[in-house]
Design a binder for this molecule. Structure first.
Ligand code: AP5
Length: 209
């Protein structure tokens, strides 16, 4: 089965690859970050609680994230597999995930920090449909407008220099230890995540074979 976890630092291209892979494999892309941002945009109580953590680049408390994750993985479309993007992010979340579902592949997106910072500073996204652009590598056809629905594009509030610094520190402290955990379980494959979207996609597919 394709129960896939994508691990990697912020800005590594996990979301970009997950969307492609979801189409290619016919399984859902389950992004805790996207679900939390949707809850914020819809003014849900979960969103109100999560917003402050996200803006600062801190992890949202485990219990809040677990609720939405559990519900999403229980959906019928996730029965044939899923691409988990943004979960788990610490050892406690990895343990919880193991209680909910087995995992078949863990792909680690390895990339130099300088590339990450540039990718995040150039990222823009559509607040209506969620399409992600990059001003350098994947710009919209009309400047600052979504190709799909014409909505003015926004910069994520956690793509500021300060929040990015915090996100990278949180990643190093809390998420990096998961590499050893999944390596010891024989599940980890490393994907070189620098290069074009097509090149990385080819490496992801090769790692899943
Ligand atoms: P989340 O949304 O998961 O953010 P992240 O992990 O920091 O990852 P990003 O979305 O920044 O990067 P990405 O790797 O998906 O890169 P992308 O494809 O967009 O989490 C946000 C926040 O939510 C967290 O900080 C936390 O507060 C909270 N949260 C979420 N999950 C949580 C959890 N489990 N527990 C607790 N809190 C949680 O690409 C980046 C840019 O580069 C784009 O512009 C893209 O177009 C471009 N790009 C992508 N690939 C390439 C390429 N190959 N070449 C050139 N450009 C590229």
């Amino acid at each position: 089965m394709n129960r896939i976890v994508l691990l990697g630092p912020p800005g590594a291209g996990k979301g970009t690859q997950a969307k492609r892979l979801a189409t290619e494999l016919g399984i859902p892309h389950v992004s805790t970050g996207d679900m939390l941002r949707a809850a914020v945009a819809q003014g849900k109580s979960l969103g109100k609680e999560a917003d402050e953590y996200m803006r600062k680049g801190l992890l949202v408390p485990d219990a809040l994230v677990l609720g939405i994750l559990r519900e999403r993985l229980a959906s019928p479309d996730a029965r044939r597999g899923f691409i988990l993007d943004g979960y788990p992010r610490n050892v406690a979340q990895a343990r919880t995930l193991a209680e909910i579902t087995p995992v078949d592949h863990v792909l680690y997106f390895e990339i130099p920090e300088s590339v990450l910072v540039e990718r995040m500073s150039q990222r823009r996204s559509c607040p209506t449909c969620g399409t992600v652009y990059n001003l350098l590598t994947n710009p919209p056809r009309t400047p600052d407008r979504c190709d799909r629905d014409g909505t003015p594009l926004i910069q994520r509030p956690d793509d500021t220099e300060e929040a990015v610094r915090t996100r990278l520190a949180v990643y190093r402290e809390q998420t990096l230890p998961l590499l050893d955990l999944y390596r010891n379980q024989g599940l980890l494959r490393t994907v070189a995540a620098a290069g074009s979207v097509e090149e990385v996609n080819a490496r992801v597919r090769a790692a899943l074979r």
